[in-house]
Design a binder for this molecule. Structure first.
Ligand code: SF4
Length: 60
């Protein structure tokens, strides 16, 4: 699969509270406007290998 994974359901995703770059990834130390996995896909040409479904998604 080459589609970027959904960072919003990943345990490594966080909201930065920076209006310019509101989406963050702890693994890649990225802050961006778009989903971090899209940044990873574009810069490496590969799907993010570090996606892990967050337990908080299943609790919601
Ligand atoms: S590890 Fe991958 S899927 Fe998870 S937040 Fe970071 S870029 Fe997104």
């Amino acid at each position: 699969m080459t589609r970027a994974p959904d960072c919003l359901t990943c345990r490594h995703f966080f909201v930065t509270w920076d209006k310019r770059y509101p989406r963050g990834c702890r693994i890649f130390e990225i802050k961006s406007r778009e989903l971090p996995s899209l940044v990873v896909l574009r810069s490496t040409g590969r799907r993010c290998p570090s996606y892990e479904r967050s337990p908080r998604v299943d609790r919601a």
